[in-house]
Design a protein around this ligand. Structure first.
Ligand code: SF4
Length: 113
């Protein structure tokens, strides 16, 4: 391999690695459209979902007496982060049904740092 093509190879490799890292971080901020296969997701229309007033995704114009901007399931203390899978995690207050990390409900409590 000539030094020219070696330089090109290294540049392409670094670019690809950077692209993957950026792509991964952007993806991590996205909200999942649906629960992963094999998990029991909380249905907003179920009795528990209705009692919690659970929403799977917080609209930009969402208002609720208890809601404050920045709150979501992922930063709620009841979201079991270590067991989360593909943006869904079990919620203690929903009998361990999986909730969307971008969701919210009226039992939200900020996770202590
Ligand atoms: S208790 Fe927390 S994690 Fe569970 S549904 Fe409500 S906001 Fe989401």
């Amino acid at each position: 391999m000539s030094s020219f093509s070696r330089r090109g190879f290294i540049a392409r490799t670094i670019t690809a690695a950077f692209g993957l890292a950026v792509g991964k971080s952007v993806y991590a901020k996205e909200c999942p459209a649906s629960a992963p296969e094999g998990v029991r997701a909380l249905d907003p229309e179920s009795a528990v979902g209705k009692r919690l007033e659970y929403i799977e995704s917080i609209p930009g114009d969402f208002t609720h007496a208890k809601f404050e901007k920045g709150q979501n399931c992922e930063n709620c203390q009841f979201y079991q982060l270590p067991r989360a899978k593909d943006g869904y995690g079990p919620c203690t207050m929903a009998a361990m049904a999986f909730v969307n990390k971008c969701g919210w409900c009226n039992l939200y409590r900020v996770r202590p740092s």
